[in-house]
Design a protein around this ligand. Structure first.
Ligand code: 5GP
Length: 236
């Protein structure tokens, strides 16, 4: 398989076409942004960690019946993935109330939630990924009703699997963001990446933050934390 032209450059990843129209190469960078790119920096070897961790978690989810776009990891920073037609929404799962929701509702970071929250936002950097209600999604025709139900069902299964996976490694999964799309056969498929950039993980013993919040809020030990989380993920 041959890597061809660059299709898209995002904040943390670059996507390339290949000589196979069904496949793309996803390249993970060390660039880090926060607060809708108002804060920028680099995290040494973040791309390597996120590539390995995404590979491991995509394989784990596949083993448990979730369709993902992962095909194979080809080097430290690259993986081959299926080309998907992405839904125009981001899906966020919250086991506790933290981050933007804690701020918006004026509650303490880490407030317990009586039930798991699944929320959606519009994929739009210009608008800062605004929150979407189900009615917004249906009224704008972003996703059909039946598919929205399927998105919630598969997201719930992914949340159960990831929450249990990290708990076994002494990490509480506070929240995470996923992106879904359709593969060439029209199947709803998990895309993008799953890594400390896209989730909050708190150490169950110490309460320490083990994710991108260390970069967002200048908490220190950013590189070390990414490496530690990867080591905990890979430790069977
Ligand atoms: P919040 O809404 O609190 O900022 O984010 C909730 C969770 O989703 C966090 O784990 C955060 O890392 C993830 N998340 C939400 N939006 C984005 C995004 O645009 N990019 C990335 N990398 N993660 C996001």
């Amino acid at each position: 398989m041959e890597t061809r032209e660059q299709l898209y450059e995002g904040k943390a990843k670059t996507l390339y076409a290949t000589d196979d129209p069904r496949l793309l190469v996803q390249h993970f960078k060390d660039d880090a942004t926060a607060f809708n790119a108002q804060k920028r920096g680099t995290i040494h070897d973040k791309g390597v960690v996120n590539n390995r961790m995404s590979e491991y978690l995509f394989r784990y989810l596949e083993e448990h019946g979730i369709h993902t776009h992962f095909v194979e990891r080809t080097d430290d920073r690259r993986m081959v993935v299926q080309r998907l037609t992405m839904l125009p929404i981001e899906v966020i799962v919250r086991n506790r109330i933290a981050g933007s929701l804690a701020k918006r509702l004026g509650v303490a970071e880490g407030t317990a939630a009586k039930q798991r929250i699944i929320e959606f936002s519009l994929k739009s950097d210009e608008l800062g990924d605004p929150l979407l209600t189900d009615d917004h999604i249906l009224a704008l025709g972003l996703v059909e009703a039946a598919e929205l139900a399927q998105v919630k069902e598969v997201t719930g299964r992914i949340a159960d699997l990831l929450t249990a996976f990290f708990a076994e490694r002494g990490l509480e999964l506070i929240d995470f963001k996923i992106e879904l799309g359709h593969d060439a056969d029209g199947r709803l498929t998990l895309g993008d990446e799953i890594c400390p950039d896209t989730m909050r993980l708190w150490d169950m013993a110490t309460g320490e933050k083990k994710d991108k919040d260390r970069f967002r809020h200048d908490l220190g030990d950013v590189e070390e934390t990414y490496q530690e989380v990867l080591a905990r993920v890979l430790a069977d």
